[in-house]
Design a protein around this ligand. Structure first.
Ligand code: CP
Length: 321
């Protein structure tokens, strides 16, 4: 495949290949010299129209660890603020020879537009578009779950029950995770107040519950979503206090989860809203581990899109110095 736009586009074999390649990349990160020459001479552009901490930094770290040249473009402070279009921005990047464009955009569908427009010749990677998808987040989440809940490499998530809780309506992370986790064989339950459930959820490959407590005890991982106040035009129901009481994960609820079950959060977290500080800082919460795993996943994605004509298992050891 030339682009990564949607987790829904990935077959089970595609997903397992990316996860297994990321395991190879994680072994590189454990070495004293963390760099591979694999993408030397290639240029990766991080094109961010929306704020980001984790995704932008980890794509930059991933590209640099593969020896690519990296250009970081942020809409703030660029000619986008003077009204320049996505097309003219893309043509400018193409003129500079971008081999891959990693794009985050507030409009759902912007990465798809970039990939199909002919404005650029390189690969397009979706780093989060509106409320649509965030495929590398779902991949790093699946990588974390596979490592913690299964035998790791070569495995999928068959038989595991993953619960995703909160503001599903505005969450590209939830949509990408539902598709990827179901492709990998997991059972997925979404838990949200009725006002934060998207129209058309019936066609998603998952179950839906309006109550958190009955699902907690049956979950192998509980993924808390950020309440995205910036995407809400009107006051959302319930009140923040009521939301935290009914849908927030606190120490008392966490204690009712199975002993092996993980607490996950994509970040950034609203401490005191969807998750208490006690839970966020507990050893069961994988939020920081997810960030570490994000670099390995993004190395794997860039490697497979730009340099992956040979299997990573032969290429990576050959590149050892
Ligand atoms: N999880 C995530 O996408 O975080 P950022 O918005 O900081 O990139």
């Amino acid at each position: 495949k030339r682009h990564l736009i949607s987790a829904a586009d990935l077959t089970r074999d595609d997903a397992v290949l990316i996860l297994d390649t990321a395991e190879e990349m994680a072994r590189v990160a454990d070495r004293p010299i963390k760099k591979l020459p694999t993408l030397r001479g290639r240029t990766v552009v991080n094109l961010f129209f929306e704020d980001s901490t984790r995704t932008r930094i980890s794509f930059e770290a991933a590209a640099k660890r593969l020896s690519a040249d990296v250009i970081n473009f942020s809409a703030k402070g660029s000619s986008v603020s003077k009204g320049e279009s996505l097309k003219d921005t893309a043509l400018t990047l193409e003129a500079m020879g971008a081999d891959a464009v990693v794009i985050r955009h507030h409009d759902s569908g912007a990465p798809h537009r970039l990939a199909t427009s002919g404005w650029i010749g390189g690969s397009v990677v979706n780093a989060g578009d509106g409320t649509h998808e965030h495929p590398t987040q779902a991949l790093l989440d699946a990588f974390t779950m596979r490592r913690r809940l299964t035998g790791g490499e070569g495995h999928d998530l068959s038989g595991r029950h993953i619960t995703i809780v909160g503001d599903v309506l505005h969450s590209r992370v939830a949509r990408s995770n539902v598709h990827l986790l179901s492709t990998l064989g997991a059972r997925v339950t979404l838990v949200a107040p009725p006002t934060l459930v998207p129209v058309g959820i019936g066609s998603w490959p998952c179950e839906v519950s309006y109550a958190l407590d009955p699902v907690l005890t049956k979950s192998d991982a509980v993924m808390m979503l950020r309440v995205q106040r910036e995407r809400m035009k009107d006051a959302f129901f319930p009140t923040e206090r009521e939301y935290a009481r009914r849908y927030g994960l606190d120490g008392e609820r966490m204690a009712r989860m199975p002993e092996h079950a993980l607490v996950m959060h994509p970040g950034p977290m609203n401490r005191g809203m969807e998750i208490t500080a006690e839970v966020a800082d507990s050893p069961r919460c994988t939020a920081v581990e997810q960030v570490t795993n994000g670099v390995s996943i993004r190395m794997a994605v860039l490697y497979l899109l730009l340099g992956g004509s040979e299997p990573a298992v032969t290429t990576v050891p050959a590149a050892r110095t």
